[in-house]
Write a protein of this length. Sequence first.
Length: 382
Amino acid sequence: MAEPRSELPATLFGLGEKGESTPVRVRFLPSAIEITMKDQGPLRLTYGSVTMELGPDDEFWVFKGHALSKDLLIYINEDSLPDIIRSSGAHPSVIERIDKLASAKEAHSSGQKVALALFVLFIVVFLAGIYAGVPILLDMAVDRIPVDWEVSLGAAAAGDITRNYGECTNTELYTALAEVTDRLVAASGDQRYTFNFTIIDTNMVNAFALPGGRMFVTYGLLNVTDDPHEVAGVLGHEMAHVTERHGLRNVVANAGIRIMVAIIMSGTDSDIVDLVPLAGQLSALAFSREQERDADAVGLEVLYAARLDPDGLPRFFDRLAADDTLLEDFMEVASTHPVSADRATEIRSVISSRPAPTIAPLATDWSTLEKRCTSLPVKGIP
Ligand SMILES: [Zn+2]
């Protein structure tokens, strides 16, 4: 007969006050459970006199018996208990009883594992819905928005800009700019949008595009560049924000899931779907780094197609990188930092991987062009 294994720690209830527990040691003998407690001789409960069950959550083995005129409960937390009883030389009927409990315990624990796995799966799907589901909703909503509706969104914001800054009235400057922009528009190949360029009467160096094709370039930007291909590079980039619908996308994203769902379900006819009041947010919603790179890439294609110098934008970035004060002004093309050097390098690596571009010269001599705007003081001109 195998020697009983060494003692196991257990918790005994029922000896003291109601609910009070006593830490004990138990040994499994061939015919009885022997309980040893402090300051007291061992107590034996024969297997025939105890019942065996599983405790809360099937975590504990529980033996119920009667001794010292008391009902006793022994809680044991030991996974290998069936093996211990089996090796104790206990009667097969005792082993059968503990094995039954062991199967129930095992089933419970594997059930818990399945439940846990399902719960984890639910969380993963839920989080994936948040991170992947929203961009899908956003794509669907943006695809549903017609261009004319996008144009009204842009027009609402355009009013604020011209009111705040005023428009440059230098016709010579407009003529020079048109030479660049006509080529860009003809090359863009996107028939959905009518591009409309306004020169803003401010020294700030900036250019930006509104959804629908309203384009703005500041006098300050035209003044600081001495090469129309730089201007072309910047405006090609801005036009790409329009054709890629970046501004529109940001407004819809910012409007929230309820608006996205409303657009998808009912289109833009619905009263709930009115993004025009949100036009004011356009200036506050910065383009993401990814959108900037996207606009760089799409704009570059337009420059190639327009036979304008694809190195114009990188040269403009060089200019920004060389002058911190310009970078402070420049909110759009350089709105994500670190900007100039990285993106110039990226664009130039694309250019160098291709055959040399064919550049058709522009008629305007940018260096002798009078870039002044009527309302600006002459001291603004270097
Ligand atoms: Zn941009």
